[in-house]
Write a protein that binds this ligand. Sequence first.
Ligand code: UDP
Length: 238
Amino acid sequence: TQPTPTYRRVMLKISGEALMGDQGFGLHPPTVERIAKEVKKCHDLGVEICMVIGGGNIFRGLQGSAQGMERTTADYMGMLATVMNALGMQSALEAQGVHSRVITAIRMDEVAEPYIRRRAVRHLEKKRVCIFAAGTGNPYFTTDTAATLRANEMNCEAIFKGTKVDGVYDKDPVKFDDAVRYEDITYDDVLQKHLGVMDASAIALARDNDLPIIVFSLDEPGGFETILAGDGTYTIVH
Ligand code: UDP
């Protein structure tokens, strides 16, 4: 039996690194396909899905500026990287028969459509997956903030942050065996304890709008579907 989703409209945020598989850089097509299939399962349940994908598998603004590049230029390169990832995901979704739109915060009309809120809402109502690309369109921000911003604008019920681990821990569970996972935690605790869930501006934006953040493992097969039904292991930040 299929799990019954408890959500109607959600934001799925994944990092660019989630798409690179074991390659260490760029897009790994089988990994992108695997994630597209996870999204399809949830889409098939009737959940309206927004997505934001980072760009860290291709370019990070901070790295560029550390190497002497002007920060804003480097950030624009990072934003462009997210567009590449979004197009890769769109293509993988299309191969699964899922209709989607790539919507960019920076105009590039030949490549994807510009962000127009009402238009994006309409796409969701028509059950098209909306992949929001180019971050917020502004330097000095991250795609975590972009995901939170768009989730608010699209009236998503929650942000689902797919990571390599199944929630938020008190210390890095990869390095420490005795790391403890939180079942739930407040936005303020995440900020005070400097837990690396999302950057501080994203957490604050979620907090100020009562938008829950659900951290779960994207590596778990069927994980997204299970989490959407309220089962499985995850941490909720609220
Ligand atoms: N970026 C930006 N403004 C935004 C979103 C992203 O300038 O609103 C740039 C920034 O340089 C960032 C890069 O795009 O380093 C890639 O995004 P991010 O680091 O959030 O990707 P992730 O870590 O999720 O893969």
